[in-house]
Design a binder for this molecule. Structure first.
Ligand code: NAD
Length: 471
């Protein structure tokens, strides 16, 4: 059993002031695998003070020095790649397939930001003036449990590129993953105080970072509800906020799409990260005239999705992170039936042989109406809603009839056709015909999916403050 007893402040692992203990529970067995001592407001105060001491020098580093630091960070994380994958599988229950990709994304975040930096000018001429893009100051970084280390690496890379110092609060449920990453980041050898990591609860440590007068910015990934409370808490000190929140992304199958491939992709897609993905394509919009064909294809595809132990390389869907998350998803599956949707695959309960952990069946509802709660609310589990549409205008209206706007997916035999539809969708990212990632393209949400963007130039600028010098 692993006991995590220290937080990382001012370049050293130290005992926290906080004394509360949080138990770490295996999602596969629901048995205790470790515990973490949680930090508190006093630990945040020390972390912010360290970040404040480091800021004057770090914010004045050159582009070349920052690129060098990013190389060091990448090398240090890369050196323990396999361990990072293993602890993600064990602690979080991430499938081997997903955990490998997620850890690689974290490592790549540093080289992607190096590439962005290489083409970025911190001083420009605008009108008759010189505009300098200066470091915002101390960045508070608050992350969720569903790809913990990858989120931290991505936000940290942008902060370092901008010359910001950081105070990081990961999910308390990711403490073992955090500990290993902290050891890597320490090894990277950045100046003391540039990186500080405080384990703790959201309403304690997260809230203390959000309201601290010396923190200039919050970069948060998590639920829309918490994102709203952070935005409210941050406004008193006029912090800049980047909020990456929830989603209920539409996957529009246009009339001219090749159905078998598109439906196969749709069904496997909803199981990405065991359904715990903010960008998951959870609403499948199909022509009403093809609903029977879609249902048959979706049912056949579901039979090919393997729910199982996360450390098995064949597994597509592992356990959900916690019993709480399991109960939440079960509640939505029951709700779908109560709302009158037709259950096409899966349903309530655990798959045979997996009764100990938080495993759910890949569940597909069809004949879903977009005003049902299962089509409007983020479930955060592998539950797909098939929604028939009358014509293309109806498809676009349904796609946009949501409070969210993080991602959207379109399948069509004609890319130009898909692009015309993409232009009418209110979402931060629209993927055509395949589920791809572009680390230089902006990522973030319209509407209640968030504020601001991450990745590439947009992500870097979110840590900078423009200063115009007029002569
Ligand atoms: P969460 O919002 O409950 O928690 C996220 C983080 O915020 C955790 O570290 C938590 O401790 C902290 N927190 C909680 N209350 C806080 C408060 N009052 N002040 C400051 N910090 C606080 O989310 P979760 O359950 O860990 O993760 C799942 C959610 O994250 C889903 O809704 C999902 O859509 C969202 N998510 C979004 C993205 C994206 O990029 N848009 C990516 C992944 C997950």
């Amino acid at each position: 059993m692993q006991k995590i007893q220290q937080v990382y402040i001012d370049g050293a692992f130290v005992n926290p002031h906080g004394t509360e203990i949080f138990e770490l529970i295996s999602p596969v067995t629901n048995e205790k695998t470790g515990e973490v001592v949680l930090g508190d407001e006093a630990d945040v105060a020390l972390a912010v003070a360290a970040a404040k001491r480091a800021l004057p020098l770090f914010s004045k580093t050159t582009k070349e020095e920052r690129i060098q630091y990013l190389h060091q960070l990448q090398a240090a994380v890369n050196a323990r790649k396999e361990e990072l994958v293993q602890v993600m599988v064990e602690e979080y229950g991430g499938t081997l397939q997903f955990s490998r990709m997620s850890v690689q994304n974290g490592i790549d975040a540093f080289s992607n930001m190096i590439e962005t930096l290489q083409h970025f000018e911190f001083e420009k001429t605008v009108g008759k003036s010189k505009v300098r893009l200066e470091s915002l100051g101390i960045a508070g970084i608050i992350t969720p449990w569903n790809a913990s280390n990858s989120f931290i690496c991505n936000k940290l890379a942008a902060a370092v590129a901008a010359g910001c110092t950081t105070v990081i609060k990961p999910s308390e449920m990711s403490a073992r993953q955090t500990q290993l990453l902290a050891e890597c980041l320490h090894k990277a050898g950045l100046p003391n105080g540039v990186i500080n990591i405080v384990n703790g609860l959201g309403n304690v440590v997260g809230n203390a970072i959000t309201t601290h007068k010396d923190v200039a910015k919050i970069s948060f990934t998590g639920s829309t509800a918490v994102g709203k409370s952070i935005a409210k808490g941050a406004v008193d000190t006029m912090k800049r906020v980047t909020l990456e929140l929830g989603g209920k992304s539409p996957n529009i199958i246009l009339d001219d799409a090749e159905l078998p491939a598109a439906i196969m992709q749709a069904v496997f897609g909803v199981g990405m990260n065991s359904g715990q993905a903010c960008i998951a394509p959870t609403r499948l919009l199909v022509p009403a005239s093809k609903l029977d064909e879609v249902n048959a294809l979706a049912k056949a595809a579901a039979a090919q999705v393997k729910v199982g132990l996360p450390n098995n390389a064949e597994t597509n869907i592992g356990p959900l992170v916690s019993e709480k998350q399991y109960d939440r998803v079960q509640g939505y599956i029951k709700l779908g039936k109560d709302e009158g949707a037709i259950l096409l695959a899966g349903g309530e309960g655990k798959p045979a042989g997996l009764e100990k952990g938080n495993f759910v069946k890949l569940t597909i509802f069809t004949n879903v109406r977009n005003d049902m709660r299962i089509a409007q609310e983020e479930i955060f589990g592998p539950v797909l809603s098939i929604i028939p549409y009358k014509d293309e205008a109806d498809a676009i209206a349904i796609a946009n009839d949501t409070t969210y706007g993080l991602a959207a997916y379109i399948s069509s035999g004609d890319v130009k056709h898909a692009e015309r539809v993409a232009a009418q969708i209110n979402a931060g990212r629209v993927c055509i015909n395949q589920f791809v990632h572009d680390p230089q393209a902006p990522f973030g949400g319209f509407k209640q999916s968030g504020i601001g963007r991450e990745y590439g130039v947009y992500g870097l600028e979110a840590y900078l403050e423009p200063k115009a010098i007029l002569q």
